[in-house]
Design a binder for this molecule. Structure first.
Ligand SMILES: Cc1cc2nc3c(=O)[nH]c(=O)nc-3n(C[C@H](O)[C@H](O)[C@H](O)COP(=O)(O)OP(=O)(O)OC[C@H]3O[C@@H](n4cnc5c(N)ncnc54)[C@H](O)[C@@H]3O)c2cc1C
Length: 412
């Protein structure tokens, strides 16, 4: 099968990319999704707060997905559900498997990667102790409660203050479980401020910063978790251990972009964002391969995920129509003072630069975000590692730039 654009993954990023690819002139677009339904992770996010920026509406995750799916259904984009992409070659040949079609080979003029991210599990943080039942990632617990109708436990400790863990603290409380506390190794929360307030403070669930789990006890089922304070080097402080009796430990300790396919295609991966090195058009290092959403970098809110999907879809259509070159000059975008990560990583002179910036350390007073050259200075009321800053720099300001763009966050 030959198509103009193939999109892998039907979360908000992939759905938006497919709609925009077709809307921007691609003649044939396919969307490949390994699950039975479109929508990605949104299907299990039944709380509200989605689409405030994009649609000026307060949707639940499934409502937000439905709105995109309705837009998709007005196009002739062909969707392959239950279809797992297993291989992706640098010359844009996709191999996928599905019970209905068997093995499929698709040769695409351009490709959009929209595979999302997965959660870090116990193995990636190495908590010592026994290996009983009752340890879940927050997203798995979310699926159990919101889709399958199971309560994963009754006395729950949450490790890490990522947004999914915060959501689950509230959700499990509403379902009658007791959430004893959320324990975060850093000195500041990793989830959004609004989620700390609405999911913890409103339900009197304590958040303990600078704490981590240093042990798990229980043979068949979790019986307790040992919690310790950490020092400024994030090492557990001896003598501060406390054993908390519980039957469940939820982990909300970070997300990892799913880039195994990207790597197969030879796409360069950024050590900072763990996603493809990308330009402002969402181009990866492989001509004709674009990226968007959480496979590109882990965004805070779905509106930003969709925004990158729109750009990637339009770029993929322009590439296949010969209106966007896959090998154009670019300058790197590099982190300066108090910047932990940046997205995109390169500017390729194709229009405005929409820059997502994550601070390294919190600054609770007005800051200046400086992009130099061209010497743009933008003021923001604060900078927090858990809330990406977003700045747009007009393309006209960048036209003469020949050196890497350095981005810094300074107190005003
Ligand atoms: C477990 C979990 C829970 C989350 N809960 C929340 C929440 O409550 N609130 C919130 O604001 N954000 C939540 N997020 C963040 C959420 O991921 C983003 O807001 C948004 O869904 C990201 O959109 P996406 O399109 O990039 O990825 P996703 O929504 O993850 O979609 C990616 C899609 O790609 C498909 N896919 C991946 N690999 C392949 C392949 N090889 N072949 C075919 N299909 C493939 C997947 O099945 C999936 O449908 C959660 C994330 C995770 C991982």
């Amino acid at each position: 099968m030959e198509v103009d654009v193939a999109v892998i993954g039907s979360g908000p990023a992939g759905l938006t990319a497919a709609i925009h690819a077709r809307g921007s002139g691609a003649r044939s677009v396919v969307l490949l999704e390994r699950e039975e339904e479109l929508g990605g992770i949104l299907k299990q996010c039944i709380h509200n707060g989605f689409g405030l920026e994009q649609f000026k509406q307060d949707y639940t995750g499934p409502e937000y997905a439905e709105r995109l799916i309705q837009d998709l259904e007005e196009t002739d984009v062909q969707c392959f559900l239950n279809t797992l992409v297993t291989d992706l070659s640098p010359d844009r040949v996709i191999t996928a498997l599905s019970p209905e079609h068997g093995a499929i080979e698709i040769s695409a003029g351009s490709i959009v990667l929209g595979m999302g991210c997965r959660e870090r599990a116990r193995g990636s943080i190495g908590i010592p102790g026994t290996r009983p039942a009752g340890i879940f990632t927050a997203g798995v617990a979310q699926r159990f409660v919101n889709i399958d109708g199971y309560l994963p436990g009754r006395r729950i400790v949450i490790l890490g203050s990522g947004d999914i863990g915060l959501m689950m603290a509230r959700r499990l409380t509403l379902e009658g479980a007791r959430v004893i506390g959320v324990y975060e190794i850093m000195g500041y929360p990793s989830g959004l401020k609004r989620n700390i307030v609405q999911c913890l403070d409103d339900f009197d669930i304590p958040l303990h910063l600078s704490h981590t789990a240093t042990g798990i006890t229980g043979k068949e089922r979790v019986e307790g978790v040992t919690i310790s304070k950490v020092d400024s080097d994030l090492r557990a402080v001896k003598g501060t251990e406390q054993l908390i009796t519980c039957d469940t430990l939820l982990l909300s300790v970070g997300l990892i972009p799913e880039n195994e396919l990207s790597q197969q295609a030879g796409v360069e991966i950024s050590a900072a964002t763990k996603g493809p090195v990308s330009t402002e058009t969402m181009a990866t290092s492989v001509p004709g391969v674009y990226t968007c959403g959480n496979v590109a970098t882990v965004f805070d809110i779905v509106d930003h995920v969709a925004q990158t999907g729109a750009t990637a879809g339009a770029s993929a259509a322009r590439y296949v129509g010969g209106r966007l070159n896959g090998d154009v000059p670019h300058v790197d975008i590099v982190p300066g003072e108090n910047v932990r990560l940046l997205f995109p990583h390169r500017y390729s002179f194709q229009g405005d630069l929409l820059l997502f910036i994550r601070a390294a350390e919190p600054v609770e007073k007005p800051v200046t975000v400086e992009v130099s050259p061209p010497g743009s200075r933008i003021t923001r009321p604060y900078a927090r590692p858990n809330e990406m800053l977003r700045v747009r720099i007009p393309g006209a300001k960048l036209a003469e730039v020949r050196h890497p763009l350095k981005v810094s966050i300074r107190e005003k």
